[in-house]
Design a protein around this ligand. Structure first.
Ligand SMILES: Cc1ncc(C[n+]2csc(CCOP(=O)(O)OP(=O)(O)O)c2C)c(N)n1
Length: 650
């Protein structure tokens, strides 16, 4: 193992080695026999902080030794370590100058992000929150290095789940033709969020558990390195192995892509990791290290429930029980969706549900249990999920694709080119539309309306509460063309689900209250806010304020809108989405096309990436979107109306 640099960091007053680490150089300066203690301290810090703040517990506890070894061998920020998803970056943060109060506030307002950002630290080579990006970005960095003639190392750290992503495989296909020096760590813990799926997962499992395969490879590797021309002979052996088509000894798929394969390596043995990383550092060709880790290592509850502890809110570290459980709160939208889908699937065997590696997050695990033949988990493969659904739909199957709003961004081409252009009856359930406060900009679902509203044939809607979600799912399944339903994270409004869902007239809004001064057109949960706003405008300003549950963004209820625009002096739109290209924009476009000049006050998120924060409420306050702020804006607009624009006449 590495010998330590001349001066080990002086012990911190707390007595913890971790508190003496201010830069990755301090990790290198530790004695090798101090590293196990450092790992223990890091685990304890992560458990303490995530137990309060929530976060990605399992992924981080699994990469403690791996991250220590990476910082032991490589020198960031000169060397680049690109973490896939970057949800497992807490250990890296602790070792690169971010241990302390900001870490203790991770995922909260003013604290560190739960993901990596180039703007947060020079040690964060690449930001991420979506899966499958590390290999491609790292290949770009390695190629830039080659072009610029510099010598730094580039390391991509990818989970086994990342290898279910198309983009990872696209990058893998390009590695050998693009650079000679790239180190890929395959952090294999056998889990995506749920158990990893697909042929690659099965293959990796075979690779890590097949002693014969590994023994042959290890023995040959050892034999070659003992020879005077070892590396050259090893290259010839690899070539011969490829050319004989694995007749004698099977190659790993990575070798077929031209990467040297090293592994499996015990991901909790720092000495073994360091030795292999040092070897990789001096490799003269692209190399993949297959590292076996255990998700949640060191926390009993996390090891026994890897799916729950992938990412969760505050919990009791001793029992693993979630704090602030949802007792007494209305069911989550995702659970309502899951239950409704089971009901529709049982009634009609043509109804199937598709998830891209998020069975529990989307509520589809209910379908997996109750109607397993009508359930498909395709891995972290959103593009494939949509195309697969399109294929199913051509044959009379009624696919329901449940994907978070933020992750559907991956599938825009399949939505346009494959589903909507062919007008195929696929239902999309876009969960987490709106803010995902603790996760931040990589996870907020604020762009889906703008992306979808421009696509011909798409029906785009949002329910005001969970019962309307069921109506919308029912309506979509009957609609016979592409339909998108967006809904937010978390609890519904507490509205009882009807025994028989209603078939909604597509493109028709619902007038909840008439009003002659102002009409508020609201979307989704903003309808409840609109009602409060209307009450306050009536009570405080004596105004007659109407409220419309817009339901459909596309087709928008043009007839109702134009009727109202002809009689009310001010329209207000409310949406949980960016203003650019969103629901308010649709209202403006419709009015403009009809030659109406009725003023519209649009309430929504500004044209910027919204950071993470402790709660939706805190973020709304900081963007001037609290109910009081909205009231002030509408009141000011109302008071300035006569000067600003004449009211419309019928
Ligand atoms: C495009 C995309 N889809 C879904 C997710 C949600 N997600 C976050 S982490 C994760 C699993 C990643 O598995 P793996 O790469 O094996 O890493 P591990 O968590 O096991 O360390 C998923 C599905 C995501 N971040 N990005």
């Amino acid at each position: 193992m590495n010998s330590p640099a001349s001066s080990a960091p002086s012990p911190a007053p707390s007595g913890r080695l971790l508190d003496g680490i201010r830069t990755p150089a301090d990790v290198k300066a530790l004695h090798a026999d101090q590293l196990a203690r450092l790992a223990e301290e890091i685990r304890s810090e992560i458990i303490t902080v995530t137990a309060q703040n929530g976060g990605h517990v399992g992924p981080n506890l699994g990469v403690v030794e791996l991250t220590i070894a990476l910082h032991r061998v490589f020198a960031t920020p000169e060397d680049q370590i690109v973490f896939d998803v970057s949800h497992q970056g807490y250990v890296h943060k602790l070792l690169s100058g971010r241990n302390g109060p900001a870490f203790r506030q991770i995922r909260r307002t003013g604290g560190l992000s739960g993901f990596l950002y180039r703007s947060e630290s020079p040690h964060d080579a690449f930001g991420a929150g979506h899966a499958g990006t590390a290999l491609s970005a790292a290949l770009g960095m390695a190629t830039a290095r080659d072009l610029r003639g510099t010598h730094e190392h580039v390391v991509a750290v990818c989970g086994d789940g990342a290898f279910t992503c198309g983009v990872t495989m696209e990058a893998l296909n390009n590695v050998v033709s693009t650079t000679k020096r790239l180190i890929v760590i395959l952090n294999d813990n056998e889990w995506s969020i749920a158990k990893n799926v697909g042929a690659m997962a099965r293959y990796l499992n075979r690779l890590s558990t097949n002693p014969t395969y590994n023994k042959i490879h290890h023995d040959l590797e050892k034999f070659f390195t003992s020879l005077p021309h070892g590396p050259e002979m090893h290259r010839m052996w690899m070539k011969w192995k490829r050319e004989t088509k694995d007749f004698i000894v099977e190659s790993s798929p990575f070798e077929k892509y031209g990467l040297r394969y090293l592994g499996p390596i015990n991901g909790h043995n720092i000495e073994e990791l360091v030795k292999n990383l040092e070897f990789a550092k001096h490799s003269d060709g692209p190399i993949l290290l297959h590292v076996l880790t255990q998700k949640g290592r060191g926390l009993k509850a996390a090891m026994s429930s890897p799916e729950k502890f992938h990412g969760l809110g505050a919990f009791d570290p001793t029992t693993g029980e979630s704090k602030n459980p949802a007792h007494g709160t209305p069911p989550n939208y995702q659970d309502v969706l899951g239950a409704a889908l089971v009901r529709f699937a049982k009634a009609d065997p043509h109804v199937v549900g598709i998830t891209a590696a998020m069975p529990s997050g989307t509520g589809l695990s209910q379908l997996a249990t109750e109607c397993p033949k009508q359930f498909f988990d395709v891995g972290i493969a959103e593009e494939h999920a949509v195309l697969f659904a399109a294929g199913l739909a051509t044959k009379g199957i009624k696919p329901v694709v449940a994907i978070y709003s933020t992750f559907i961004q991956r599938s825009v081409d399949q939505i346009i080119h494959d589903v909507c252009l062919q007008n195929l009856p696929v239902t999309f359930c876009l969960d987490r539309a709106g803010l995902s406060p603790n996760d931040g900009p990589t996870h907020h679902g604020l762009f889906d309306l703008a992306l979808l509203r421009s696509v011909p044939n798409a029906v785009v809607m949002q329910p005001q509460h969970e019962d309307e979600l069921v109506d919308m799912l029912h309506t979509s399944l009957q609609h016979g063309a592409p339909a998108f339903i967006r809904y937010p994270r978390g609890a519904g409004a507490g509205v009882a689900i009807k025994s028989q869902p209603a078939l909604l007239p597509v493109g028709q809004a619902e007038v909840l209250r008439p009003g002659t001064d102002i009409s508020i057109w609201a979307l989704g949960p903003m309808v409840a806010e609109a009602i409060q706003l209307a009450d306050r405008l009536a009570a405080e300003e004596g105004l007659s304020v109407g409220v419309v549950n817009a339901r459909f963004v596309k087709p928008l209820d043009r007839a109702l809108l134009l009727r109202q625009a002809a009689v009310v002096p001010l329209l207000v739109t409310m949406e949980d989405h960016v203003l650019s290209g969103g629901f308010g924009s649709a209202v403006l476009e419709t009015l403009q096309a009809a030659g109406r000049t009725t003023p519209v006050e649009r309430i929504g998120w500004p044209d910027q990436f919204v950071e993470h924060g402790s709660s939706v409420e805190i973020l709304r306050n900081s963007y001037g979107l609290s109910l009081d702020d909205i009231l002030r804006r509408v009141r000011t607009r109302w008071q300035n109306l006569p000067a600003e624009a004449p009211t419309a006449t019928v």
